[in-house]
Design a protein around this ligand. Structure first.
Ligand code: ATP
Ligand code: MG
Length: 423
């Protein structure tokens, strides 16, 4: 399609309304320009006269407080204006967080620590983004901890991560991610190793809280924590555990009254629990779409998003790989060494001999260089993906963001997550 044949349409939005659209068709691109008024995308302001591009898979809501005119070029699969939006309630919650920050400033205490919870597909990650963007627009520097190993917004699937947010997210590239703190879990769901999940949450909470202590600006800005949509049974328990470790002040519950009431019952009374509606714009994603979203994030890690990256591919000798996985098969209680608990096997480092079984698997490169280091609670430096295994030559081929060689002494952690490199 040439530029001239792309349809352009203007949408006039009233106060407190939003333009929602979705792009599902393959290889499709839509651009949006703010012509008049002011508007924002999940808390990031649009610059007037600038065309923003959106691609296949995008689900977007451009909200305006005071009214605006938007020009949309290209074909969307769904597009409509909605006046039914929970944005004002979200803004009020931001204002409450801001009040807590002001109080923390006066009293030289830690700013608000907020946990965002809810079932799958209710807009949890989006609400985190809105809170973080609003805070950054007020010159706050909140910490963002994403403890969703399945559909997290930082790092690659299977990890939990945190970053310091110093400016609003770019509309095209998201939050700037220099020096994230990343811990390896290695699975799509916390349930696949809940002992390890608990351990890394505890570590992340400790680091998050202590790292804030020394700097007043950081201390008062607080922490926003994104969680996964697993809210029943053990999933609910893991939310309670996170709330306790992070010593949260407030829990925002999206959409589910049952979860809200359970939390009201189970968290200490000093923790505020707030029930919020989900936006009608959030649509449920199928299992396939969730898988595609995970693949997309790994692809982006290696190949970049809007700004392309050029990863390297090279061979590594089996003998040069210090590869481990976390979690050994369970032993019957009677066979355990004295003092060892049955769940301890889940947090044990087990050496893995490279073999065709690791083909397509992601591997985390730990900053840890020795088993004496607390490997499980050490930050992850980056990731490689196994794209070939040659048992005859005893080498694996890896996709890596850095050129060869792999850092020689660092411990490698095998992940359950796989990625088919189709480039
Ligand atoms: N108001 C809205 N209008 C249209 N789309 C929206 C709106 N809010 C969020 N979305 C889109 O809905 C999708 C799901 O939202 P989000 O990822 O925040 O949900 P979630 O609860 O975090 O999901 P998960 O359980 O997978 O973590 C995203 O693609 C997001 O861009
Ligand atoms: Mg999410």
């Amino acid at each position: 399609m040439t530029e001239e044949t792309i349809t352009a349409k203007e949408y006039k939005l009233d106060v407190e309304s939003e333009l929602r659209f979705e792009i599902e068709t393959k290889d499709c691109k839509v651009s949006v320009e703010l012509k008049l008024g002011s508007a924002e995308l999940f808390g990031t302001e649009l610059v007037k006269g600038k065309a923003y591009e959106f691609h296949t898979g995008a689900k977007v809501a451009i909200f305006t407080y005071r009214g605006c005119t938007l020009e949309v070029r290209g074909e969307t699969d769904v597009i409509y204006i909605s006046r039914e939006t929970p944005m004002i309630q979200y803004l009020n919650c931001h204002a409450a967080l801001e009040q807590m920050r002001e109080k923390a400033e006066e009293e030289d205490t830690l700013g608000p620590i907020a946990l965002i919870v809810g079932p799958t597909d209710v807009g949890k990650s989006t609400l985190c983004k809105i809170f973080l963007n609003y805070a950054a627009r007020m010159n706050r520097r909140p910490l963002y901890c994403d403890i969703d190993v399945g559909q997290g917004t930082l790092s690659v699937p299977g990890m939990i991560a945190s970053i310091l947010v110093e400016r609003p997210a770019s509309l095209t590239e998201g939050f700037s991610q220099s020096a994230p703190l990343v811990y390896h879990h290695g699975h799509r769901s916390p349930s696949e190793n809940s002992a390890l999940y608990k351990m890394i949450i505890k570590k992340m909470a400790e680091v998050a809280i202590t790292s804030r202590e020394s700097n007043k600006g950081l201390k008062t800005s607080g922490i926003i924590i994104n969680t996964c949509g697993w809210v029943k049974g053990a999933g609910y328990k893991s939310l309670l555990h996170a709330a306790e470790e992070f010593q949260v002040d407030v829990i925002f519950v999206l959409d589910q009254e049952r979860l809200y009431n359970e939390l009201l019952r189970d968290v200490p009374s000093k923790v505020k629990v707030v029930l919020l509606p989900k936006s009608g714009g959030v649509v449920e994603r199928s299992k396939t779409q969730r898988g595609e979203a995970r693949d997309g994030r790994i692809r982006e890690y290696f190949y970049g998003g809007r700004s392309p990256l050029y990863p390297f591919s090279f061979d590594v000798k089996w003998a040069d790989m210090r590869l481990y996985k976390i979690g050994a098969p369970a032993l019957p209680a009677s066979c355990l060494p004295i003092g060892m608990k049955p769940e301890d096997h889940l947090t044990k480092l087990v050496p893995v001999a490279p073999s065709p079984a690791i083909l397509h698997h992601l591997i985390s490169i730990s900053f840890a260089e020795s088993l004496e280091d607390d490997v499980l609670c050490t930050n992850i430096m980056g990731f490689i993906c196994v794209t070939g295994v040659d048992p005859e030559r005893q080498v694996v081929t890896v996709l890596s963001p850095q050129p060869r060689p792999l850092p020689p002494n660092n411990i490698l952690l095998l992940s359950d997550i796989q990625f088919m490199d189709s480039h």
